[in-house]
Design a protein around this ligand. Structure first.
Ligand code: MN
Length: 409
């Protein structure tokens, strides 16, 4: 009946994430593949934020996901996993994450978008030139807005705007919000962390989504804008476009998918011919060096009062130079480590130096428990590596031997 009934649909997507201008590391994680899109914004010190976000994203991507029930179970499982890991490992105590999922799922005879959400990362739909926020934030200020106690403008600058009322991993069980949406050709969906929405208002976001660029370019432009506006938090944007599949030529044989569908109104959604080569296919834990956080820590410690302003200023300037130098040494190079049972690449010196903790550079799916004893001690004794590619080829080696062992060869 409607025009799209005669079309097959396809999705194309692209994403971008950045640590921003203030934070020392990126605690956001994102994932995208055919029919599954996830954004997580982790919180918690001592790498808790990175670990929580990556554990949660991984739990969702590993799960069966052809039905909404399975997806909901996967989010509940992510919550259990983050919660139990935080209890088992004292240094990860208190970690948590937001988790926002957009997925294709079978509901009856139809493919639908399902949206699942916990926390204050968001899903938007840009439809017929209108931007619509699908999800509700589980945050203290959003509750105040919903109760009519403050307006959006007051919420945007409220001192408690980062305080969540619901997150993955905080309690043994979690309530999950859920929406079901019909895929419509021309619709553009956006998943994002609060690092974007705290820097850009809806009209600025809508303007970018309407710019006619592809998903990857638009995601990058939005993240760049968040940085231009201050970049006070990590920001992550994942854009999914619902498009018409070009008509097949007349002599193409009908596909199996068309055969077993009685009602041709069902949109058969296809993986895109060329997925965006952006960071969307991997777990992104950006961890570029930044000394900003250390400097502001120093300023706090020095505590400038009027009488000592001049002395304090000299001290701060001297110290800031020192911080930069030590910071460079402490953060140069990489080493392997085990976090929450996973082999990871850390940026910086093992054990840290002064107040410079290493930052998590790359999370891997390799669990220490599945490695042979010899490989386990190779990881433990791998020592300092001067470049990221050195560490990555070490990981590739480990992964290769795991695959071979799995083949029984
Ligand atoms: Mn955030």
């Amino acid at each position: 009946m409607s025009d799209q009934r005669s079309h097959r649909l396809r999705l194309s997507w692209g994403g971008a994430t950045d640590q921003g201008r203030v934070r020392a590391n990126n605690q956001d994680a994102m994932y995208a593949d055919w029919g599954l899109f996830v954004v997580a914004d982790g919180m918690g010190g001592h790498q808790g934020g990175e670990v929580a976000a990556n554990l949660a994203v991984r739990a969702v991507t590993k799960a069966e996901r052809s039905s909404t029930n399975e997806l909901r179970d996967a989010v509940a499982e992510a919550n259990r996993l983050v919660h139990d890991t935080a209890i088992d490992q004292p240094e990860l105590h208190g970690m948590g994450t937001t988790l926002t999922v957009l997925a294709i799922s079978q509901q009856g005879d139809e493919n639908q978008f399902v949206v699942l959400n916990v926390g204050d990362s968001r899903v938007y739909r840009y439809h017929a030139d209108q931007l619509e926020q699908i999800t509700d934030d589980h945050s203290y200020v959003a509750e105040l807005v919903r109760r009519g106690e403050i307006d959006d403008e007051a919420a945007a600058v409220h001192p408690y705007r980062n305080m969540l009322t619901r997150a993955i991993g905080v309690n043994a069980d979690v309530e999950i919000d859920e929406w079901s949406l019909e895929p419509v050709i021309g619709d553009r969906y956006m998943l994002c962390s609060d690092g974007l929405t705290n820097e850009l208002d809806d009209s600025e976001i809508a303007q970018q989504l309407a710019n006619g660029e592809d998903a990857g370019a638009t995601a990058k432009a939005l993240v760049a804008l968040a940085n231009e506006h201050g970049g006070r938090d990590n920001s992550t944007v994942l854009i999914v476009d619902v498009q018409a599949e070009p008509h097949p030529t007349d002599d193409d044989p009908p596909s199996a998918a068309e055969d077993d569908v009685e009602d041709s109104s069902q949109p058969a959604i296809q993986a895109p011919a060329s997925p965006e080569p952006s960071s969307a296919e991997t777990f992104q834990v950006g961890a570029r060096t930044s000394t900003v956080k250390q400097r502001s820590w120093l300023y706090d410690q020095v505590g400038i009062s009027l009488g000592t302003a001049l002395i304090a200023l000299v001290l701060v300037v001297t110290s800031a130079v020192m911080v930069t130098t030590i910071g460079w040494y402490a953060r140069s190079g990489y080493h392997l480590d085990v976090v929450a049972n996973h082999v990871v690449i850390q940026k910086g010196r093992a054990g840290g130096l002064l107040w410079f903790e290493p930052t998590l550079e790359e999370w891997t799916e390799i669990q220490i428990s599945e490695l042979a004893d010899t490989d386990r001690s190779r990881v433990t004794n791998s020592g300092h590596m001067s470049t990221l590619s050195e560490a990555q080829s070490f990981i590739a080696n480990l992964r290769g031997r795991l695959t071979n062992a799995g083949d029984g060869s």
